[in-house]
Each structure stands twice: as C-alpha cells, then as structure tokens.
Design a protein around this ligand. Structure first.
Ligand SMILES: [Ca+2]
Ligand SMILES: [Ca+2]
Length: 83
C-alpha cells in the first residue's frame, strides 16, 4: 500500500493514461504508442532539428534537454516493456 509521503510507483498504466500532461512519455511522433518509430523519429530530429516532434514526450529521461540520452532511454523502455 502506498501513502502520500511515499514516492509514486512507476507503472505502465501511468504512461498510457496520464491525467496531465496530455502526452505519453516516449511518444515522440504523437501517434499514442511508444515503439521503434519513436526512436527513429527522435534520431531524425537529432540529425535535423527542423523535424517536428513532441519535445516533452521526447525528453524520456526527464532532464532539461532532448538528446541522444533520450534515444537510449526509449530503447531501454522498449526492451523492458515489449515491442
Ligand atoms: Ca509514437
Ligand atoms: Ca532528456
């Protein structure tokens, strides 16, 4: 059982239906799924910043920038959570 003082447990359900903000962390291309397409979209963005992506969703590791570390974070997520 979790109490308010405890850290919120991280679950896949929190990712799929976040009450707010309205995006799925890791869903770089905004198609409501996190899969390998988001990895390739993020890599494309890193190579060409003119590509439009969901910057908040792309910041997979929660620091203040979108970079190659987020690519590896999404890959880690996919390896852990399927696809
Ligand atoms: Ca996606
Ligand atoms: Ca980041």
């Amino acid at each position: 059982m979790w109490f308010l003082d405890d850290p919120v447990p991280f679950t896949i359900g929190d990712w799929v239906t976040p009450p707010d903000p309205q995006f799925i962390l890791g869903d770089v291309n905004n198609d409501n799924e996190v899969n390998i397409a988001d990895v390739t979209t993020l890599v494309d963005y890193l190579l060409d910043n003119s590509i439009e992506i969901n910057m908040e969703a792309a910041n997979m590791n929660g620091d203040d920038e979108v970079n190659i570390a987020d690519v590896t974070a999404i890959i880690d997520y996919l390896l852990t959570h399927g696809e």
